[in-house]
Design a binder for this molecule. Structure first.
Ligand code: F6R
Length: 260
């Protein structure tokens, strides 16, 4: 794991945006794994700004989002499909027919999960997987005790996740209790992984992910088994790490230090 610690969330976000832009520069037909959630909003703002300034085009990109709420149609304003259109797809030249999400209101959610899994296997592997992390250590919606070899399936969301995400729903609207999420094995099959965590609410999960024992109680610990994972943190999200000095020695201010 490369652990990059930045003084501010803005600097951490800039680093993630730069990594995505560089990935697309290297390979315009990149396959990106995308996440939703509050952490990703400034990343998508940054990518949209990079598109507007002419620094990047998403026209050749194929994307696979991590998850979608069961029961919500792609048109529902609280669906992750709507989030992605609003925050990224409609603000760039991303081709809508190459932007993939599980269909939340599919008649048979289990069959939809299997279809989505097969599509990723057919078109993949994902070149760069973007991730956030839940305060309980989930990645995608792989909640604690998810199998570390899980594939795309329907998961029951924890009360803590429902609570954290109710801010995206209007007053009185009940957030769905289930989601279709890619599994941990799917995530580990990506060629490279870039996880962004900002803010003190993530500090405990971040410390366990990086320094804790591997185990399904904190699903993000599975990333310890991936050979090309970069964790981008702001100072607050890094606050509970033990080996901070070492990470800063290897990557001072989040930069790559030259040998010698
Ligand atoms: C969303 C997803 C989740 C979020 C996580 C953090 O597609 O996969 O794992 O990344 O819940 O969410 P925020 O950024 O809202 O704290």
């Amino acid at each position: 794991m490369r652990v990059l610690i930045f003084e501010t969330s803005e600097l951490a976000v800039d680093r993630v945006v730069r990594a995505v832009v560089e990935q697309i520069e290297r390979k315009p037909a990149s396959i990106l794994g995308l996440a939703t959630g509050g952490t990703m909003e400034p990343v998508y703002d940054g990518l949209s700004a990079a598109y507007r300034s002419g620094s990047v085009s998403l026209a050749g990109v194929t994307s696979f989002n991590l998850d979608e709420y069961v029961g919500l149609s792609p048109e529902h304003s609280c669906s992750f499909a709507a989030f992605m259109r609003e925050k990224l797809f409609d603000r760039t030249d991303m081709r809508s027919n190459r932007a993939n999400l599980p269909v939340g209101n599919a008649v048979d959610p289990d069959a939809e999960a299997a279809r989505y899994d097969a599509l990723i296997s057919e078109l993949g592997p994902i070149d760069l997987q973007l991730l956030g992390i839940g305060a309980n250590g989930h990645i995608g919606f792989n909640e604690p005790t998810s199998s570390l070899r899980s594939r795309t399936r329907v998961k029951t969301l924890t009360r803590a996740t429902l609570e954290a995400n109710k801010r995206f729903f209007a007053d009185g609207e009940t957030p769905p209790k289930y989601a279709i999420t890619v599994g941990i094995q799917n995530i580990l099959e990506a060629k490279s992984i870039l996880l962004l965590a900002t803010g003190s609410a993530k500090a405990k999960a971040v410390a366990t992910m990086i320094e804790g024992p591997l185990g399904s109680y904190c699903p993000a610990t599975a990333l310890q088994m991936h050979a090309d994972t970069t964790i981008v943190l702001d100072r607050e999200a890094a606050a509970e790490l033990t080996l901070t000095d070492y990470y800063s020695q290897v990557h001072p201010d989040g930069q790559d230090a030259p040998y010698g």
